[in-house]
Write a protein that binds this ligand. Structure first.
Ligand SMILES: [Zn+2]
Ligand SMILES: [Zn+2]
Length: 235
């Protein structure tokens, strides 16, 4: 579906985008090229698959169905989910609360298409926050480059931006003594956990790799690291 999603309705010129980056995430909800028929299809398909695998309660499945039938409430619920993260986060509306994993999967093609279009125009270097410069989402994976920089990858739109290697992107704790780091046995993956906020982020170490990062594959390949981090009380 992603290949036929339109471009976002934001001005795609480098100077404009860089000037927007000085203040807030650049992609606002109204920029997203949402095609509502496709979105409802994706919401229903995601909710149905998640219910089949017991990852969604019946009650929440019915909430998704009700939202899909209500052309007035659906945009408000999505906007609220979209704006409930980032430096200027607002509280999430009751209509969207608890449905975040379903909304994320259904919105992914529109978010990724938008992020790709913006990233083709700017390298996002003006951004210094731990949340995504485009959509305001949290990072959910990262890459350590050959030059030993850390690039964070947004868990919503897949945008990538540079961030200091030993600072926690979630609470900005920069005290090295309170960052716990460990690696997979082959050294291919690393995990940094923060002893201030107890959150962690995994990384693909491209210095030891023959291929580029593949976030979906690498997220699964690193499940043992997640288990190790959770056993130590990180989340
Ligand atoms: Zn993002
Ligand atoms: Zn932290």
């Amino acid at each position: 579906m992603q290949s036929r999603v339109s471009l976002p309705s934001i001005r795609l010129d480098r100077d404009y985008l860089n000037s927007q980056l000085a203040t807030a995430p650049v992609l606002r909800f109204e920029h997203l090229p949402i095609e509502w028929g496709d979105l409802r299809f994706l919401l229903r398909a995601t909710a149905s698959a998640m219910r089949t695998h017991e990852a969604l309660e019946d009650r929440d499945f019915r909430r998704v169905e009700a939202l899909c039938r209500d052309a007035e409430r659906l945009p408000g619920a999505l906007r609220s989910w979209y704006e409930a993260t980032g430096p200027k986060a607002a509280p999430i509306a009751a209509d969207a609360e608890g449905l975040e994993p379903v909304l994320l999967q259904a919105m992914r093609p529109f978010l990724t298409r938008s992020a790709d279009a913006v990233m083709a125009k700017t390298d996002l270097v003006g951004w210094t926050h731990g949340t995504c410069p485009l959509c305001g989402g949290d990072p959910d994976f990262s890459v350590i480059t050959v030059a030993a920089d850390r690039i964070l990858i947004c868990g919503r739109c897949s945008a990538r931006w540079r961030f200091p290697q030993l600072t926690c992107p979630f609470c900005l704790n920069g005290d090295r003594g309170r960052i716990t780091s460990f690696a997979s046995r082959d050294g291919q993956y690393r995990l940094n956990a923060c002893d201030a906020c107890d959150r962690y982020l995994k990384a693909y170490d491209a210095r030891r790799a023959a291929r580029p990062v593949m976030p979906v594959v690498d997220a699964v390949a690193t499940l043992p690291l997640d288990a190790a981090a959770m056993q130590k009380g990180y989340k």
